[in-house]
Design a protein around this ligand. Structure first.
Ligand SMILES: *Cc1c(COP(=O)(O)O)cnc(C)c1O
Length: 390
C-alpha cells in the first residue's frame, strides 16, 4: 500500500488516462523470485508487458524470455536479447515463425500435438521440444486450460514420436492458470510430471531433463494470495521429493503477472454517472478496449477514488467509454456513493495484461505510459535548478 501511495502522489500532475510503471519494483520482483527459487532459470512471459524499458530492465538483470511469435522475437532481438535467452512457448505456431526462430538459433519449442511436432521437425530440425501437460486450473482467476496442453498418456506417445522425427524430447511444461490462488496446484502438477518422466525412462529409454513451471503466481488484487516464497517452498519440496531419479534436471519458470502486475498504477477519470432502471452506472475514460480487458474475465482490480477514501460505499455498475455494450468492467462494484464527474479513479496493480491489450477502438486512445524513474529525475532537476538559483 505504501508503494501505491507513492505512485499516486507522483502521478498528481498526469492527465488521465495513464499507466505509471515503477522499474524499481520490477527489479525487486525479479530478485525476490530469483532468491526464492535459486536453481530455476527465469523466462519472463513477454506477453504480460512488452514495453522496451521493462524488457531492458529484465535483460540487464539476466532474465531469459518466453516468446509466442516472430513479432515478439524480433522486438527482443532489436533490444539486444540473445536468441539463446528465448524459448518459444506458444503451442500454436506459424510455420514461418518456427523457421524464423530456428534461423536465429532458438532451441526450445512447446508442443501438445502431433501436427505441431511435424511442423517443428520440418522447420526447426533436431530442436528440443517440451510437451505441455493439461492441468485443471479451477483455482485460478484467469484459467489457461482447455485451449492448451494434453494428457499424460498423449505426452508419452508424443515423446516417442518426437524421437522418430529426429527431435529431442526434452521435458514438460504446465501452467496452473494465471492468478492461481492455491500453492498446492504446483505440487499436483509436479507429481504428474514426475510420473511421465519415470515411465518414459523405464518403458522407452527416454530421459527427460526439463521442467517448465509456467506462470500462474498471483498478484494482490482484491483478496489475499500466497506469496512468492510460499509457492516456491512448495515447488522446492515437490521437486526434491519427486525428481530424485533425474540426473541432469533443468528447471525454468515463466512469470508474467507476478513479475509486472504490481509495478503499474492506472489513473482514469469519471466521464459520466447515470441512473438507469437496472441500477446506477459510472463510466470511466478507460475500459475493456483500453487496458481493463481482464476485468471481463475473473480479475477484480482494487479501485480507489481520489479523496473519497472515507466516503460511504455503494454498489455501481462500472463501464468504459466506447460505443460497445461489452465495454463493461463490473456489473457490481463498490464505489464511494458521492463519486462525481472528473473524479480521479485509480486502478491498482495494473502492470500486467493491461497496456498490451489497448486498442484505438472508437478513435479513443489508450492510457499514456509513464515511468516513476523519469518523474523522479525531472523533480530532481527542478529542485536542483531551484537550489542553484540561490
Ligand atoms: C501467459 C503465459 C505465462 C505467464 O503466465 P502468468 O500467469 O502471467 O505468470 C507463462 N507461460 C506461458 C506459456 C504463457 O502462455
Amino acid at each position: 500500500m505504501e508503494r501505491m501511495k507513492k505512485l499516486i502522489d507522483l502521478s498528481r500532475n498526469l492527465q488521465t488516462p495513464f499507466v505509471l510503471f515503477d522499474l524499481e519494483i520490477l527489479k525487486e520482483n525479479y530478485i525476490r523470485l530469483k532468491n526464492s527459487l535459486p536453481f530455476a532459470e527465469i523466462f519472463y512471459a513477454v506477453k504480460a508487458n512488452s514495453h522496451p524499458r521493462i524488457i531492458n530492465t529484465l535483460k540487464e538483470l539476466g532474465s531469459n524470455f518466453d516468446v509466442a511469435s516472430a513479432g515478439e522475437i524480433e522486438k527482443l532481438l532489436k533490444l539486444g536479447v540473445a536468441p539463446e535467452k528465448m524459448s518459444f512457448g506458444n503451442t500454436i505456431k506459424k510455420e514461418k515463425d518456427i523457421k524464423f526462430a530456428y534461423s536465429f538459433g532458438i532451441d526450445y519449442y512447446a508442443v501438445d500435438t502431433e501436427m505441431e511436432l511435424e511442423k517443428i521437425a520440418l522447420n526447426a530440425p533436431g530442436s528440443k521440444v517440451y510437451f505441455r501437460l493439461i492441468i485443471d486450473s479451477s483455482d485460478s482467476d484467469w484459467p489457461l486450460s482447455r485451449k492448451f496442453g494434453t494428457t499424460s498418456e498423449h505426452i508419452k506417445f508424443l515423446a516417442v514420436y518426437a524421437k522418430t522425427l529426429g527431435l529431442i524430447p526434452y521435458g514438460i511444461s504446465f501452467h496452473v492458470g494465471s492468478q492461481c490462488n492455491n500453492k498446492f496446484k504446483w505440487r499436483e502438477a509436479l507429481k504428474e510430471v514426475s510420473n511421465i518422466f519415470k515411465e518414459l525412462k523405464l518403458n522407452d529409454g527416454i530421459n527427460m531433463n526439463l521442467i517448465n513451471l509456467g506462470g500462474g503466481m498471483p498478484v494482490v488484487y482484491d483478496k489475499p494470495i500466497p506469496t512468492v516464497e510460499e509457492i516456491s517452498d512448495v515447488i522446492k519440496d515437490s521437486i526434491e521429493e519427486y525428481f530424485y531419479f533425474v540426473d541432469d534436471l533443468k528447471v525454468i519458470i515463466e512469470p508474467g503477472r507476478s513479475m509486472v502486475g504490481n509495478i503499474g498504477l492506472m489513473g482514469s477519470s469519471v466521464l459520466l454517472r447515470s441512473k438507469k432502471t437496472d441500477g446506477e452506472w459510472v463510466y470511466l475514460d478507460v475500459g475493456i478496449f483500453h487496458g481493463l480487458t481482464e476485468a471481463m474475465g475473473g480479475i477484480r482490480y482494487k479501485i480507489i477514488v481520489d479523496g473519497k477514501e472515507k466516503s460511504k460505499m455503494k454498489t455501481f455498475k462500472l463501464a468504459g467509454p466506447t460505443c460497445d455494450s461489452i465495454d463493461i468492467m463490473y456489473e457490481e462494484v463498490e464505489l464511494p456513493e458521492d463519486i462525481a464527474l472528473n473524479d480521479r479513479v485509480y486502478i491498482l496493480n495494473t502492470g500486467a495484461y493491461t497496456t498490451e491489450y489497448v486498442t484505438n477502438f472508437n478513435g479513443i486512445y489508450g492510457p499514456s505510459i509513464y515511468f516513476v524513474q523519469d518523474i523522479e529525475l525531472e523533480e530532481a532537476e527542478i529542485n536542483s535548478e531551484a537550489n542553484s538559483a540561490f
